[in-house]
Design a protein around this ligand. Structure first.
Ligand code: CU
Length: 290
């Protein structure tokens, strides 16, 4: 009888309404697949390395959440044609060799509350863009993340062909990304597009995995710095503009006291273009619903 199902339905609704939505996060994987393929960004096609959740190609690096102070067995498949080493932005981490074409088991160590980057040790790995973020703790609020990147297709082609870069050559990237997306595609990113209700708060983790420093300007709000891996003196500061050195990982807290749509954008004008066309690149929005 239908009425006999009511207790189950009521319980289901209570669970549904009381569980926070986790759309902004992905769980720690058991296997990461390092893959070599092509990425297309705003009309440019370029060779790219990515850490993917599955054996199929995905042009978006896989970033994930993990519990505080828990180790985790992670298998990494190196699908590139050359050997690599897995690096983790944790103090005493020694790079783990990833022989080409093989599965390698490694252990993510217990990590304190904070956000960490992971990636590859080599120039090839960094230039071709294999790198994600691990959010540990800070899970009492929605937690978005912005993995920042900059891309010069000719340089990527050089590295993909097995050649070293000319260290004296000027670096003129054509594309600038948040979570491997250029604006306006940043608006379709469930992990980076901040969408919360007025009167609520969220965390935003920001990692600069590009080859140049970046600076972001928040409209509408000042955010509180909870972590700044290369600027520890900034913890506790409340700011609307902040720089991120190459390799820096930052966590901020946003208290959304007013509704509206507010841009967050790179303050370097070249970084808000797609292949020179404005607007593009590192622009996303804070969508604060009334
Ligand atoms: Cu601005």
């Amino acid at each position: 009888m239908f009425w006999k199902q009511w207790p189950c339905l009521i319980a289901a609704f209570i669970i549904w309404f009381s569980s926070p939505s986790k759309a902004w996060s992905q769980d720690v994987p058991d296997t990461l697949w390092l893959q070599l393929d092509e990425a297309i960004l705003s009309g440019d096609t370029m060779p790219a390395l990515r850490f993917c959740e599955a054996a199929g190609w995905d042009s978006l690096n896989f970033s994930f959440v993990h519990s505080v102070l828990q180790s985790h067995e992670l298998v990494v498949h190196n699908g590139d044609t050359v050997n690599h080493a897995f690096v983790l932005g944790v103090g005493d981490w020694d790079p783990v060799s990833l022989p080409a074409g093989q599965f390698t088991a490694l252990t993510l160590p217990p990590m304190e509350t904070g956000t960490y980057s992971y990636g590859l040790a080599s120039e090839r790995g960094r230039v071709l863009g294999a790198g994600g973020m691990i959010m540990v703790g800070n899970d009492d609020l929605p937690h978005f993340h912005w993995n920042l990147g900059d891309w010069e297709p000719a340089r990527m082609q050089t590295v993909a062909e097995g050649n070293a870069l000319d260290g004296d050559a000027p670096y003129v990237p054509r594309q600038f990304t948040v979570n491997d997306r250029t604006f306006p595609n940043t608006s379709n990113d469930p992990f980076g597009y901040v969408s919360i209700g007025v009167g609520t708060s969220c965390y935003i983790s920001i990692a600069n995995q590009g080859s140049m420093d970046h600076v972001l300007h928040f409209h509408g709000f000042h955010v509180e710095v909870l972590q700044a891996s290369k600027h520890p003196e900034r913890v506790g500061w409340i700011k609307d503009t902040m720089p991120f050195l190459v390799g820096e990982v930052t966590v901020v807290r946003l208290d959304a006291f007013q509704p509206g749509m507010y841009p967050v954008h790179n303050h370097n004008l070249i970084a808000v273009t797609n292949a020179g066309l404005y607007p593009g690149g590192m622009i996303t929005h804070l969508d604060i619903q009334p």
